[in-house]
Structures are given as structure tokens and as C-alpha cells.
Design a protein around this ligand. Structure first.
Ligand SMILES: C[S@@+](CC[C@H](N)C(=O)[O-])C[C@H]1O[C@@H](n2cnc3c(N)ncnc32)[C@H](O)[C@@H]1O
Length: 277
């Protein structure tokens, strides 16, 4: 098949979905076949080699099953950096970039503060911060597979973050204190798990869902962590579930931060919070 016939094959297969066929085809050409998409216009008779034909066909099958394109190409752009991603980590979301920007705006004075990213996943939050301002950054996650992805991203993005295995449900035994805690913990409501988009279902459930009995569970764990390991005058930056703001506020009455600020994300949802102690 030549490249135009292949593009048309993608168009006809994806016609009944609401997916952008040409965009997907071009990304796959570039990222998995190493073929410049300009060839579609400049060299329409270009013959796709059998090994690439196989890759394009199997990718199309996955796309038709709503498997995320970012996992097929093992790449997601976040805060201007290309992060390696696979099925072991949440695909970084654009609203999380706004949380990263908030920390950067508040801490661009070249002070050597210590920050910990709890539930680091791909490492996108902590690594983006470490590449932009001079904070001493630690990434923590319970998942060994996610920590492996953090290490890959630390290497490919040449970051100097420290990576540790830590379960937020346990006591933090390192005698270490932080000036900033940042977290985008699992916060989807488990009772709504049958309603989530099909493509989200391919992401690790340990990264998506809060425990069934308490959608605020991880926020409480983070506040308990902060009680012991956050320096006086420190901040916690959180991505929160916009559907549980009332519950989040009542949790805060127990921990009494000096100041609480919320921000709405680019979708207009109250999704970001900063707590100052
Ligand atoms: C919503 S994802 C966020 C990933 C990444 N920070 C981001 O914003 O894209 C939540 C992360 O928390 C981790 N996690 C879940 N339970 C945890 C626990 N008990 N202790 C530490 N990390 C946990 C998951 O493995 C996952 O990587």
C-alpha cells in the first residue's frame, strides 16, 4: 500500500468514530514508523514497508478500542517536555500544568527549598518543576512500575530529582522535612467507576480512584504527612476533585491551615488548591 492509500484506509476505518483520523495517522507515521508525515503531500506514491504496515494496522486496532494514542507512542507532552508514558502511569493532564505553574510563580526567587511530589506517577509534576526553578525535588510513589517510569523520565529529561518508594497510607519514616508538598492524588469517586470514559479505563486504577469508602482519603493522608514533615511556613499544592469541595473544606477544619486559596482550571472547574501553614 502507498502512503495515500494507507491514509484513506485510516479515514474509512475511523469514519464512524469522532477521532481525528489524519492527525492520528500523521502522529503514528512519525512516532512509531519514523516516517516524515510531509511525505503524504510530497511523495504520495511512497510505499509503506511491511514492518511499518504491521505497526500501523495493529495501532489502528488499538485506537478503535479507544486505547490511548499516548500509550501507543509512549509519549506525552507536559509543560513543554516530552515525558515517556506507558500503562503503568496516569497520562499527564493539562490542568495539572496549571498546578505546576502556580508553584513556579510562587517560588522563582532562587531559594533552595525542598519539595516532595506525593503520588508522582510519570514524574511530570516534580520533574517539570525541577527543570524550571532551583528547588530540591523528591518524587514519591507506591507503585514500583511508576517509579521505573519516573527514573526513565529523570534520565531522558536530565533532571536531578530524587526518587523514593513511599506508601501514603504509612508513616513517613525518613527524618526529612519539606517546605512544599505537591500532589495530584487518586481522586475519582469509586462509585462512579462505571461512568468513566472508555479510554480512561486503560489507565492504572491505582492512579485514578480514591478508596471506595472515602473520596477524600488521600487528602487526609497528605495532611497527616504535612503535620509531621512540612516545615513551618510551608505550603501544600493540590489538585482536587471539583465535586467534593464541601467535603474538602470540612476536612481542612481539622487541620487548620493559616490560609486556603482555590483556583479554577482552564475548564472552569475549581480544581486547584493551595494551603499555607
Ligand atoms: C492521579 S495519579 C498522579 C500522577 C502524576 N502526579 C500526574 O499528575 O500525572 C496518582 C498517583 O498516586 C499513586 N498512588 C496511589 N496510591 C498511593 C499510595 N498509597 N501512596 C503513594 N502513591 C500512591 C499512583 O501510583 C499514581 O501514580
Amino acid at each position: 500500500m502507498n502512503i495515500i492509500e494507507f491514509r484513506d484506509f485510516y479515514r474509512s476505518e475511523l469514519e464512524k468514530t469522532n477521532k481525528e483520523s489524519d492527525y492520528i495517522f500523521k502522529i503514528l507515521l512519525k512516532e512509531i514508523c519514523n516516517i516524515d508525515p510531509l511525505k503524504i503531500a510530497l511523495d504520495p506514491n511512497f510505499i509503506v514497508k511491511p514492518e511499518n504496515e504491521m505497526l500501523l494496522r495493529s495501532s489502528l486496532k488499538n485506537i478503535l478500542k479507544n486505547y490511548p494514542l499516548d500509550y501507543i507512542i509512549n509519549k506525552k507532552s507536559f509543560f513543554g517536555y516530552d515525558f515517556y508514558v506507558d500503562e503503568n502511569v496516569l497520562i499527564p493532564r493539562p490542568e495539572t500544568e496549571e498546578l505546576v505553574q502556580w508553584v513556579i510563580d510562587d517560588n522563582n526567587k532562587n531559594e533552595r527549598k525542598k519539595l516532595i511530589d506525593l503520588g508522582a506517577g510519570s514524574g511530570c509534576i516534580g520533574i517539570s518543576i525541577s527543570k524550571t526553578i532551583s528547588l530540591d525535588v523528591t518524587l514519591a510513589d507506591i507503585s514500583k512500575e511508576a517509579l521505573r517510569v519516573c527514573n526513565i523520565n529523570k534520565d531522558i529529561l536530565e533532571s536531578n530529582v530524587k526518587i523514593i518508594e513511599y506508601d501514603m497510607n504509612t508513616k513517613f519514616t525518613n527524618n526529612e522535612f519539606f517546605d512544599i508538598i505537591i500532589s495530584n492524588p487518586p481522586y475519582l469517586d469509586y462509585s462512579k467507576k462505571d461512568e468513566i470514559d472508555e479510554n480512561v479505563n486503560f489507565e492504572p486504577h491505582i492512579a485514578l480512584f480514591a478508596p471506595e469508602d472515602n473520596p477524600l482519603h488521600f487528602y487526609k493522608q497528605i495532611l497527616v504527612f504535612a503535620n509531621k514533615n512540612l516545615n513551618k511556613g510551608g505550603q501544600i499544592y493540590l489538585e482536587i476533585n471539583p465535586d467534593f469541595i464541601k467535603e474538602f473544606n470540612s476536612l481542612l477544619t481539622e487541620f487548620k491551615p493559616n490560609d486556603v486559596n482555590f483556583r479554577v482550571d482552564f475548564r472552569g472547574k475549581k480544581r486547584l488548591a493551595k494551603l499555607s501553614f
